[in-house]
Design a protein around this ligand. Sequence first.
Ligand code: IVH
Length: 672
Amino acid sequence: MDAPATVRRRVEEIRHQIDHHNYRYYALDDPRISDAEYDRLLRELQDLEAEYPELITADSPTQRVGTKPLTEFGEARHLAPMLSLRNAFSDDELVDFDRRVRKRLGVEQVDYVAEPKLDGVAVNLLYEDGKLDRAATRGDGVTGEDVTANVRTIAAVPLRLVGARFPARLEVRAEVYISHAGFRRLNEAARAKDQKPFVNPRNAAAGSLRQLDPGITAARPLEIYCYGCGTMEGVALPDSQSAVLEQFRNWGLRVYPGIRKVQGVAGCRDYFKELESQRNDLAFDIDGVVFKVDRLDQQQILGHVARDPRWAIARKFPAEEKTTTVTKIDFQVGRTGAITPVARLEPVFVGGVTVTNATLHNEDEARRKDVREGDTVVVRRAGDVIPEIVRVEIAKRPKPAPEEFKMRTDCPECGSKVERLEGEAVARCTGGLYCAAQRKEAIKHFASRRAMDIKGLGDKLVDQLVDKGLIEDLADLYKLTQKQLAGLERMEEKSAGNLKDALKKSKNTTFARFLYALGIREVGEASARSLAGYFGDLDLLKKADEEKLRKVGDVGPVVAKHIVTFFQQPHNREVIAKFVTAGVYWPKVAKAKSTQLSGTTIVLTGTLESMTRQQAKQRLQALGATVAGSVSRKTNYVVAGKEAGSKRTKAEQLGVDILDEKQLLKLLEKEK
Ligand code: IVH
């Protein structure tokens, strides 16, 4: 039987009431009804929906928990890239930041918005016409994991925005976290069931968001605070960060109430001190304060460098320190052969985790700190940072004093000579890929999520593959047979099959990921992306000399040298050829025909000094570039002259590279 109109109306009415009460409770922290009344409304809705299932909609408050667990998370591309933050560890660094901001803007004083830096997991919420359409993790900033089903279970996330006039599309940047109280309850429950407790609230939040079964996530005490806007379409963007947050609140999004607009660096310092003194009384973990230039037009002028906006900074709290003892000093071999001395420690809980190792970085550092086996040391760990030894408590040194630190002269792994070049801090094993340790690290890097993303190829497996001699070079990975894989420890037929599939899937990649995966020294993700965008083609990159390489945005003299050296090695060329034969493939970034610029789409905006836009257009076209009128994801570069406006902003939002006039001239010049 069709639901009568009265029932339909009542259902809609209750939903609006519930949305409104959620808004009062979560966004305003000012509930107007009791929990019992709220539950009664929800139950009435559930009953009506049970009677008339055709009335159930995805955004009904009863539909937070989906029915089916997922088999894997899909990928979600953010509309605007998710940026990161630069850190300031002292007041001086904060003062420098403010000075740079003022200088670039040409103003005496800047208003900032001060917010706590929440220690949780970043998510991106996409609202389409006011409805929660998708939620994703940050991932590499461009693409994350689709965790919509899990985020829907968080009660403080509105499934529909409230109020009127919300945008056609809205990307909300937020932090999902677990409070101290929630964390305690969670671990008590885990212990009661003889399960392993979580290490800290952040790990618990991250683990909860990554459950394939949203039913499990729903039972976790996840909370959220919204702090930024990625995209806002269809309504006028407010003119400041503080107004954006106010707007968020009016739409029912939960924003931390203690966020404040402050004036100049003095205001920032006061806020920092205040929050630092309250830190231990807060209901959740924070690891610092974020300061953002309030005015959005000023943010736009400032822009960003790689992933870090010039208009924001995270002033971190000093890291927690604890005392423990050094049981032994070992040496580790890294991907590039770097030999790193590591202090093995008596386990100590510091900065939210149990620490058992601390890096001594290199020979000079180890000597400077004068760390010896048996020493009592102060260790420190802040956030994601690797634990480090702050100092030795010399007074507590055992007697007779243990031997002084001595660097190894042979590789602990392969026995090759260890060499330290003049002027370098790092000592390296000279064994190259013959050194099993280097091979293992190279494979781990190759398989990692941001490189080839080979799921299921964990560290332990890589160790076995190398130890059993199944992999001599990286490309051998693709030759592994199901039988070889199934023969490894802790591998069954099924997981071997899964790994085979993951290997196959990884072959379909992007040029930038592949370049990054090769592990060329100093070529990180950002430079790999720039190189891929610039050359578009592996053959062109292979042939490039240092001079040519240095024309690429992120590439300086050292990186250029490493790249040339890498491609000169016959061994590396062979491995690359083997990859291609194995079927590793990526879509062409840009067609490189007669000139470097063919296949490149460029947008011109603003006023140029040395020529008209028309002239620039003709010259670029003559070199094979397509000159387009509007900025999209397909645009490779935006050339921004003076007074560049919305196109520049759009480019920033999409993460398209922006060139100034000087860079344009360079581009035109080198094509002659
Ligand atoms: S703003 C400017 N604001 O910190 C764009 N981030 O280090 C960058 N975070 O991935 C983010 N609280 O997970 C911003 N109030 C806050 C934040 C915050 C925590 C996290 C976020 C981000 C990371 C960057």
